[in-house]
Design a protein around this ligand. Structure first.
Ligand SMILES: Cc1cc2nc3c(=O)[nH]c(=O)nc-3n(C[C@H](O)[C@H](O)[C@H](O)COP(=O)(O)OP(=O)(O)OC[C@H]3O[C@@H](n4cnc5c(N)ncnc54)[C@H](O)[C@@H]3O)c2cc1C
Length: 469
C-alpha cells in the first residue's frame, strides 16, 4: 500500500513537493477556500504596513498566482553564516528546481549571466559589486497548473484549524474546516506548506498540546525584504542595453544587481531606465497592480503618471531598449532575522498578526548603503536620493524564518531535514523554513528545498524519531 502524505497548502512549496511525490505516494493537498474571505484580509499588520497588496496569496498555486517569478539563488556567504548546512548541499536541487519554475535550463542562464557580468564590468560596474543573477521568465507560472496537479493528487478544500495527535510523538492528521463543516484528514506524514505566515499560526496551535521545546520558537526570526526605489542616477555607460538582458533561446530576461555590504547586511540595487528624472521626493510603480488586475482600466490610465513603467514594459515584453543615461535604483535589502515573536496566530484562529518593523539604526545602515553604491558607481555628482525613500519601503512578500531550520531545537523549529523537532512525522515545506536569504527572493530556494524534502521523505519513509534535545 502507498504511504499517505498530507500537504497543508497548495502554494509554491506545497505544489513543488506534491509534484515530486504524487507518482509514488498517495498525496492529499489541503488548500483553504475563500469562504472566510481572502487570506490577505486576515493578515493584520500590527507593525509597519506591507504596502504591497496582496502580499500573500491563497487558492490553488498560493502566492504564485501573484508573484513575478524572479528566480535567484541565495548567496553562499549567507549559508555559511546562518544555515545549518552549506550551499553545496542545495546546488543540485537549485539546478533541478530552476527549469521546473521557468521552463529554461539552469546552465543556459548561468552562461548568459557570465556574458552579462563581463559586459557590465566592461561598462565600468565594479566587479566586486556584481551579485547573483535574477532571471524573470516572460510568463509567470502558477505552480498548481504548471504541474497539472488536479489529476494527480486528492484535493480537499478548506482551512486546517488544528491537529489530530497520535499516542506517540506524532501527528495522526489534521482538522479541516469549510464553512460550518469540519472533517478529519489523516496521513502517515504531514507536511505544513501554509507559507511563512500560515505555518507558524498552525504550529502555535500545536504548541498548545505538544511539549516540544522547539515549538516555543515558532513565529520568531521573521524576515522579509524591504524594497523600494531610492534614488536616481546619471550614467554615461549604456546600461540601458544591459539592465534587462535577453537570454538567447530562452523566453525571459536576466538582471544582475549590484550588492553593497553594510553593517553585516547585503543590500542589492537594480538599475531601471528613467523616463522622468528630476528632484522627485519619491517614486513607485504600478506594474504589480497591472499584472494582477489586467482588466482594470484604471491601472492603464495610471501608467500615464508612471512613464518609467512603460519603458519597463517595452523592454520586458518587446525587447525595446530606450536609450537613456538616467536610471532609478531599486533597492532590495536584507533584514536580519528578528528574534522577538513577530508572527502570531490570533486566538480566534481566523487571523494572523505580522509585526514587521524597521528600526532607526537599520534605516541608517540602508542610507549608508545608498550613499556607498552611488559613490562606487561613480555618479555622486548627478545622483538624487529620494527624500521619502525610507517611508515608502514596501514588503517584498518574502515571508520567511518563522519555523526556521537550525541545528538546535532551542534556536529553531525544524531540524536540517525540515522536520519539526520533537514530532516524528511532521515536516515544513515553505518560506518559514528559510533561516536567512540575504538579498535574494526566496521562491527558487523554497522550490529547491521542496525537492530536497521529497528525496528525504522517499528515503526515510516520512517518519523518524526526532528528539527536541
Ligand atoms: C506581488 C508578489 C510578487 C512576488 N514576486 C516574487 C518573485 O519575483 N520571486 C520570488 O522568489 N518570490 C516572489 N514573491 C514571493 C513568493 O511568491 C513567495 O515567497 C512564495 O510563493 C511563498 O511560497 P510558500 O510555499 O511559502 O507559500 P504560499 O505560496 O503563499 O502558499 C501557502 C498556501 O497555504 C495556504 N494556507 C495557508 N494557511 C492555510 C490553512 N490553515 N489551511 C489550508 N491552507 C492554508 C494558502 O492559502 C496558500 O495557498 C512574490 C510575492 C508577491 C505577493
Amino acid at each position: 500500500m502507498k504511504r499517505r502524505l498530507v500537504i497543508v497548502g497548495a502554494g509554491l512549496g506545497g505544489c513543488c513537493l506534491a509534484n515530486e511525490m504524487a507518482d509514488d505516494w498517495d498525496v492529499t493537498v489541503i488548500e483553504l477556500d475563500t469562504v472566510d474571505g481572502a487570506l490577505e484580509d486576515r493578515v493584520l499588520d500590527v507593525g509597519r504596513p506591507a504596502v504591497t497588496r496582496p502580499h500573500v496569496g491563497y487558492g490553488l498555486g498560493g502566492t504564485t498566482s501573484f508573484w513575478h517569478n524572479g528566480l535567484i539563488e541565495i548567496d553562499s556567504e549567507i549559508f555559511d553564516r546562518y544555515w545549518p548546512f552549506q550551499k553545496s548541499e542545495l546546488i543540485p536541487y537549485y539546478a533541478a528546481a530552476f527549469p521546473k519554475l521557468s521552463g529554461v535550463a539552469f546552465d543556459s542562464v548561468k552562461s548568459a549571466s557570465e556574458v552579462l557580468r563581463q559586459k557590465l564590468i566592461e561598462n565600468g560596474i565594479p566587479e566586486d559589486l556584481i551579485g547573483n543573477s535574477l532571471f524573470y521568465p516572460r510568463h509567470r507560472f502558477n505552480v498548481w497548473h504548471r504541474f497539472s496537479l488536479r489529476d494527480r493528487v486528492r484535493l480537499v478544500k478548506g482551512e486546517v484549524s488544528d491537529f489530530l495527535m497520535d499516542d506517540s510523538d506524532g501527528v495522526r492528521g489534521v482538522m479541516v474546516r469549510c464553512g460550518c463543516v469540519v472533517q478529519h484528514v489523516e496521513g502517515d506524514t504531514i507536511v505544513l506548506a501554509a507559507g511563512g505566515l500560515g505555518t507558524p499560526a498552525l504550529l502555535q496551535r500545536l504548541a498548545q498540546s505538544h511539549p516540544s521545546i522547539a515549538l516555543r520558537q515558532v513565529g520568531r526570526y521573521y524576515e522579509d525584504h524591504p524594497t523600494g526605489f531610492v534614488a536616481e542616477v546619471h550614467m554615461d555607460a549604456p546600461i540601458y542595453k544591459l539592465w534587462n538582458f535577453s537570454v538567447s533561446g530562452a523566453k525571459g530576461n536576466l538582471r544582475l544587481p549590484v550588492v553593497i555590504e553594510q553593517d553585516g547586511l547585503q543590500i542589492a540595487f537594480q538599475f531601471r531606465p528613467a523616463a522622468q528624472f528630476g528632484r522627485r521626493g519619491k517614486m513607485d510603480s504600478v506594474l504589480s497592480e497591472l499584472r494582477n488586475e489586467p482588466y482594470n482600466l484604471k491601472n492603464y490610465l495610471r501608467l500615464f503618471s508612471h512613464v518609467d513603467d512603460i519603458l519597463d514594459i517595452l523592454s520586458f515584453r518587446f525587447g525595446l531598449k530606450w536609450p537613456t543615461k538616467r536610471y532609478s535604483l531599486l533597492m532590495v535589502a536584507q533584514q536580519l532575522p528578528d528574534s522577538s515573536l513577530s508572527v502570531e496566530g490570533l486566538s480566534d484562529g481566523r487571523a494572523v498578526s505580522r509585526r514587521w518593523t524597521l528600526p532607526d539604526a537599520y534605516i541608517v545602515s540602508l542610507e549608508m548603503a545608498i550613499r556607498k553604491v552611488i559613490d562606487r558607481l561613480g555618479c555622486a555628482k548627478s545622483a538624487h536620493v529620494f527624500t521619502g525613500w525610507a517611508a515608502d519601503l514596501k514588503s517584498s512578500a518574502h515571508h520567511s524564518g518563522t519555523a526556521r531550520m537550525h541545528v538546535s531545537a532551542e534556536e529553531g523549529v525544524c531540524n536540517p531535514n525540515a522536520q519539526v523537532y520533537g514530532v516524528n512525522n511532521l515536516f515544513v515545506c515553505d518560506g518559514s523554513l528559510i533561516p536567512a536569504s540575504g538579498y535574494a527572493n526566496t521562491g527558487l530556494t523554497i522550490a529547491a528545498m521542496a525537492l530536497r524534502l521529497a528525496e528525504h521523505l522517499k528515503r526515510c519513509g516520512g517518519c523518524e524519531k526526532n528528539a527536541d534535545n
